[in-house]
Design a protein around this ligand. Structure first.
Ligand SMILES: [Zn+2]
Length: 985
């Protein structure tokens, strides 16, 4: 027989499209539809309201009016409730209600969705583009829907979430907020009918996917290729579905090769906690997805669903208690596996160290209290890079493993491993895996499996990888098609072995498999992409930084008040504040990649939070700032002695008429800090038109496209400062230079009225320091990065994250630059020294066309000194300005005997025992010894990061030995200070 493979494959595609898929459903009967558009502000209402079970006194009873297939519904962001009534006719086949709310053929999870309820309020199934059915009879039928005569009433809560990331992508849109009244309704009800579902056609389609779709990935030099080709052609020749399936049975029964790759397939839905929709919509997305997961679990007992983010479980618990109880039962069974143990899947670069600790402590505490379960795997598939603090944080919190895959998105270099030991800045290692399918939302296609096997870079030593399957966001998670394919790929010649099981089982296997042969990657996991997220929506960065600083201060003062004066510690208020901060560290909120709606609400939330935290500051007294646990009072500043010169006896700055610092001289040594001919303090504007992912990406070409600031400049000495104002277009930039009397430090405050679109603003600080490396603060330490572009990987780090400071040094001179609220930064070699350039603002137009328009204030300082001086200046610049603050005797200090160590945080223990927790760490990457010096009577023990006693088999360095702290490089120690039992009984 002559066979032409390409013709067979083309025929297969056409037969599937035109002859098989249309036969999956046979229409049986119409249904009657009526609709209620939620009135008022159009915001969602509880199902009890829409179903007429419990209508609030101040709201109208829902009134359903006739609605027909073909009618439009909306408006964008509105909710329409559909009431669907019908009677199921007799049928030998299972009957399904099939609904098409107006699906696009693409962007699953990115547009309209629905949740189907019984009249009693129980959600039974969610509706999505590739999941638009509710089974009414036959195996897996939704329970308690049909009356004895076959009649039924169901309700659909249809959400008109607009398509924002469509084809082509990244198109500017105003639909990141609710539209005006003239905007057309975005969706049309395309289908609503009762159909007979053909299990045989469904099965044949999956058989053909496991054979015909596998064929292009088989080796044409091997018999298997030709046997599969022959079987597919025989199936296409068959005259009925059963014969077609029989023709494929033999090739589907052939087992996988002995050395076939082993893939652990885990059901999953990556649900962004806010992104192209507001937070309130995520609550509904999670409920819809879990409803589908439960329905699919009822019909297929073989699979496991992994779900991260305590916050998302907590939303379902609050909104749908009855659904949540069903979820809890599946967790107990081990079929829904809570993973990650964090409050949300946060940004993994920008949050402060204590924030990451709290992401874990709040998340794991919720998991433990709610499910009696803690996760052993950090689950961050989608965050935009991972700081080198993570391995230590994760291992000291009790995790064994780490999962991501985001580095597959790198735009420059290819990460060399999928399974490796990741070594953090302190030397701690954690077994880490990147699913080689390069996605966290696989559909279990032959092409994905083949890509994963080919792509997997650790095949020499490992046979295992993970596959996370299921539509994310609003896509409803795994569907029955995906599951049916996993069954066919379980043990199939030419494919990897696909096994449905929990991710922990995979990690345990691979840990045993690799043992001490695990390859090691040291340092941060830098994502060579999305570099603009360190800057976009700067109010998120400022809100986060200031909330962290306020929490640090409030928790310390409240601890002192509790210990010294027995003042009640505001546990509940602080918990609520922390959960707000943690939620907003989600990897599309803090990075600034969400729609206008999300960021508008977040700005309001940060403002309310700041006021709330200020109200929690105990006591009142002299005005001041809390720095390093001592109160600093307002100091007199240094007045300019002549126009353009600031001099405090330690440092002398000469500012030119263009407003740039021409010289900055350390008077003790006579050393000049500014590059000869340099312009320290120059604001640099660049044209910023990204290739794609506008709010996310800062492309290379941007830094090659400077825009000259041509507007008028004024510079004047006012009081104790020199103020420089310049205009450019509609934007205004005001730079204020000032000095204090006590330090070789120049303060640079930049106020911007930002009216640009698609431009980037940097502050250039060129310093006369010759160095190959710069040091950037990160969580509990710092990281060195090159200032050169020698290799592809060096060059790719052309914009990086800096926490509060950057430091560069050559023998005889160190210069630090500290900031109060920026994260994006580049430090590069230039003739005569090094240019340190924090990034202040961007103005991408997608997804928020008005990103960052308005007024912003940034504070920086440039100082001569070492890393310790720089860190102290960062503490000072970031200390909250509080109107009223009492003097506080330190609760604890460190008598440092050698090296460098600090107390980073103090608080009362999470268990509400009244014990004090102190988080201490080494700061320089060396060794330190110190003696804790307590300001109150207590015994000191060391705990893990979650304040639990160290287990007997603890395999990480212990700091507390015989009352002294012995710290290794960047080592973190959590100390529990237990006061003696109260004498009153
Ligand atoms: Zn995400």
């Amino acid at each position: 027989m002559h066979v032409n493979p390409s013709i067979v494959l083309a025929r297969l595609q056409r037969v599937v499209r035109e002859r098989l898929r249309p036969r999956l459903y046979e229409p049986l009967a119409d249904v009657s539809v009526s609709a209620w558009r939620v009135d008022g502000d159009g915001e969602p209402v509880p199902s009890a309201h829409a179903l007429g079970l419990d209508v609030p006194a101040d709201r109208e009873k829902p009134s359903y009016v006739p609605f027909a297939v073909g009618d439009t519904w909306g408006p964008a962001w509105g909710t329409t409730w559909l009431r669907i009534e019908g009677r199921v006719p007799d049928s030998a086949l299972p009957v399904e209600l099939v609904l098409d709310l107006g699906w696009f053929d693409h962007s699953v999870g990115g547009h309209c969705e629905g949740l189907v309820y019984r009249p009693d309020g129980m959600p039974v199934k969610a509706l999505h583009p590739r999941n638009g059915w509710v089974r009414l009879t036959g195996p897996g039928a939704a329970p308690d829907v049909l009356a004895v005569d076959g009649s039924f009433t169901l309700y659909v809560e249809a959400a008109a979430n607009p398509l924002l990331l469509g084809l082509p992508p990244f198109v500017e849109t105003t639909l990141g907020e609710k539209p005006g009244p003239d905007e057309p309704e975005p969706y049309r009800l395309v289908a609503a009918q009762l159909c007979a579902f053909s299990p045989d056609v469904f099965a044949l389609l999956r058989d053909l996917e496991a054979t015909g779709d596998l064929l292009p990935h088989l080796d044409a030099g091997e018999p298997r290729y030709w046997r599969v080709l022959d079987a597919v052609e025989a199936a296409l020749d068959a005259t009925n579905v059963l014969d077609a399936r029989a023709a494929l049975a033999d090739v589907l029964a052939r087992p996988a090769h002995a050395t076939a790759h082993r893939m652990t397939a885990v059901g999953h839905a990556h649900i962004d906690s806010a992104w192209l929709w507001p937070l309130r919509e995520t609550r509904r997305k999670v409920a819809r997805t879990l409803t589908n997961v439960l329905a699919l679990m009822d019909t297929d007992p073989t699979w496991v669903y992994a779900m991260s983010s305590a916050q998302q479980f907590a939303w379902v618990e609050a909104d749908h208690p009855e659904l949540f109880e069903r979820v809890r039962a599946r967790v107990v069974e081990g079929r829904i596996v809570p993973v990650g143990g964090m409050w949300v899947e946060s940004d993994a670069v920008m949050p402060a160290g204590e924030s990451l600790v709290r992401q874990i402590s709040y998340g794991q505490r919720y998991f433990a209290e709610t499910f009696g379960h803690e996760s052993e795997v950090v689950w961050l598939p989608d965050s935009f890079g991972y700081s080198g603090a993570w391995p230590q944080l994760a291992r000291r919190a009790g995790y064994r493993w780490f999962l991501t895959q985001k580095l597959s998105w790198n735009d420059t270099t290819v990460f060399p491993h999928h399974t490796f030991a990741w070594e953090g800045i302190d030397g701690t290692r954690i077994l880490t895996h990147f699913p080689p399918s390069d996605t966290y939302a696989a559909e279990v296609t032959a092409a994905e499996l083949k890509h994963a096997v080919t792509n997997f870079r650790d095949k020499t030593r490992s046979d295992h990888s993970l596959l996370l399957f299921g539509y994310g966001d609003g896509g409803g998670g795994p569907n029955r098609e995906m599951l049916a394919r996993t069954h066919r790929f379980r043990d199939l010649e030419g494919a990897p072995r696909v096994e449905l099981r929990a991710p922990e089982k995979f990690f345990a296997d691979v840990e045993a498999e690799l043992g001490d042969q695990t390859p090691v990657w040291a340092g941060e996991l830098y994502l060579e992409l999305h570099r603009g997220t360190l800057t976009s929506q700067i109010a998120m960065k400022q809100g986060n930084r200031r909330a962290e600083a306020m929490l640090r201060t409030v928790e310390y003062l409240a601890t002192a008040a509790a210990v010294r004066d027995g003042v009640a510690y505001p546990y509940d208020e602080l918990d609520e504040a922390w959960r707000t901060v943690l939620l907003h560290q989600f990897h599309d909120i803090l990075p600034g990649s969400s729609i206008s709606w999300v960021h508008r609400e977040a700005r309001d939330t940060y403002a309310r939070l700041d006021a709330r935290l200020r109200s929690l500051v105990p006591g009142a007294g002299a005005p001041g700032r809390l720095v390093g646990w001592t109160v600093v009072r307002a100091e007199p500043a240094v007045a300019p002695d002549i126009d353009g010169v600031l001099d405090n006896g330690l440092l002398r700055a000469v500012i030119g008429p263009d407003g740039h610092v021409r010289t900055l001289t350390e008077l003790r040594t006579g050393r000049e800090l500014v590059i000869e001919g340099g312009q320290l303090g120059e604001l640099q504007l660049f044209r910023d038109e990204p290739v794609r992912w506008d709010a996310w990406d800062l492309d290379r070409h941007v830094l090659r496209s400077p825009v000259e600031l041509t507007g008028p400049v004024t510079a004047e000495a006012t009081g104790d400062a020199i103020v420089v104002t310049r205009r450019h277009g509609d934007s205004t930039f005001t730079t204020t230079y000032a000095m204090r009397p006590d330090a070789p430090r120049l303060d640079v405050t930049v106020e911007v009225d930002w009216q640009e679109r698609e431009h980037l603003l940097k502050l250039s600080l060129p310093v006369a320091v010759h160095t190959m490396r710069a040091r950037y603060e990160t969580q509990y330490g710092s990281i060195e990065r090159p200032t050169h572009e020698n290799t592809l990987a060096d060059e790719a780090q052309y914009e990086v994250c800096s926490h509060r400071w950057v430091h560069v040094a050559e023998p005889g001179l160190g210069v630090g630059v500290v900031n109060d609220s920026t994260y994006g930064c580049d430090v590069r070699r230039v003739p005569g020294g090094t240019d340190i350039r924090p990034t202040l603002l961007r103005a991408p137009r997608f997804p928020d066309p008005d990103t960052d328009r308005g007024r912003h204030t940034f504070r920086f300082a440039v100082l001569a000194g070492d890393e310790t001086d720089t860190r102290a200046a960062a503490d000072d610049l970031n200390a909250p300005q509080l109107a009223a603050l009492a003097d506080v005797e330190p609760l604890m200090t460190l008598d440092v005997e050698s090296g460098a160590a600090v107390i980073d945080w103090m608080k009362l223990a999470d268990d509400r025992s009244g014990d004090v927790i102190a988080r201490v760490h080494e700061t320089r990457g060396g060794r330190a010894t110190a003696r804790p010096n307590l300001g109150f009577d207590a015994t000191v023990t060391e705990t893990d990061l979650l304040e639990r006693p160290l287990p007997p088999d603890y395999d990480l360095p212990v700091a507390l030995r015989a009352g002294r702290l012995i710290l290794g490089p960047y080592q973190i120690a959590t100390l529990r200070l237990t006061p003696p039992p109260s004498k009153e009984c």
